[in-house]
Design a protein around this ligand. Sequence first.
Ligand SMILES: Cc1cc2nc3c(=O)[nH]c(=O)nc-3n(C[C@H](O)[C@H](O)[C@H](O)COP(=O)(O)OP(=O)(O)OC[C@H]3O[C@@H](n4cnc5c(N)ncnc54)[C@H](O)[C@@H]3O)c2cc1C
Length: 382
Amino acid sequence: MRITVVGGGVIGLLTAIECVRAAGVDAVDLVDAGPIPSPSATSNDRLRVVRALHRREPALTRAAAQAHAGWMDVEDQVGSRFYHPAGALTAMPVQDAAAELAVLTAAGAKAWTLSPDELAGRYPRIRFPDGTGAVLEATAGVVLADHALVALARWLSRRPEVRLHPHKRVVEISQNDQGALIRCADGGTHTADRVVMAAGPWSRELVPAAISSDLTLYRQTVLSYRAPKWFRDSTGMPAVLGLGPARDAWLMPTVPQSDAPLRLSAASACRPVDEMTDRVTPDQWRAHLVDVFSELFPDFDPAAVVDSTDGFYLAERTRGGPMLATYGAGTVLAYAACGGMSFKFAPQIARAIADRAVGAPPRPTGLDSVDRPRHLAAVGEE
Ligand SMILES: Cc1cc2nc3c(=O)[nH]c(=O)nc-3n(C[C@H](O)[C@H](O)[C@H](O)COP(=O)(O)OP(=O)(O)OC[C@H]3O[C@@H](n4cnc5c(N)ncnc54)[C@H](O)[C@@H]3O)c2cc1C
């Protein structure tokens, strides 16, 4: 069987690896519009958080509780280290913490609660609203995303059954007598028994209209903040979520022994947009996050904001998360929407997509929109 993967972000790279590992696959081609990995991929950032707890969403929490082990397995598979199990702290009203902890620990995560006093004692430089407690997950952390992508691409480049095709922009994926047909912007064509499309926020250009009309594009601003001395001195600082009165702000820690900046953002800095333009942050969104974090860190210094960037992702319009779809009589598997948390789930999602591509029973991810993909009978039909 010949499988072609379109898109060399985290989903495409890991799916290609899973296809190589599957029985009965003779050739895996990975095509990307840019270099592999591409600097413009959504996945190609400094850090991505892996954490299980999603408040009031037990099914999502149970699914995410597998992500920590998933990333450790990926490290073993490719023989490289890029996952830092620094933990994740989620702030919340103290009365909610015990119930959230129960869901997490039942899902197999290692975690405990912190009282308001413990929280204030451990993190005196962060301002928490009165009555805030927290759940601290030990089985959580951050992936050095850019390092991970390089390691995944390197592993693939060493496999004899894999061919990498950088700088080839796919303009059309269709079905023909031999399976799936890919047409590239340079006029070249390529056939495969199955095509997996994982083009991140660009996937709207490649999927049928019946799917693209159900996708919303989001743009999110993230600040890079020079870590203050208190932060650099605190050992094992976890990712911190649930900050602020709206409980929607977060910080990603620096990696130990690194002077890389902290990453700061909030759900309020994520907005729907019509088009992907550049990644330059508009002044108003930078100012918005400076306002948010000035409230959260009593000694916040706007001059220590060393950079800001905008990233894009597509989400399924009604549920807001990822979307997997199949069409072309099952020859095309399209990861049409990656949503805002596909990085952590990528090892699980890639396994499930590869299983479907090779015709094996798909291993469940716990994500409904991946475990029950949308089927289009034919392009142009629902
Ligand atoms: C600011 C921000 C913070 C985030 N934080 C987290 C987090 O902490 N944890 C988490 O789990 N998730 C997070 N996410 C979401 C996560 O980063 C994405 O869901 C994930 O990286 C998407 O990966 P992907 O492989 O689907 O797409 P991408 O990484 O975007 O890869 C798509 C690839 O397809 C290629 N491509 C596009 N069009 C074509 C074409 N026509 N032909 C050939 N190749 C093409 C591109 O060049 C690119 O390499 C965040 C997202 C943003 C924007």
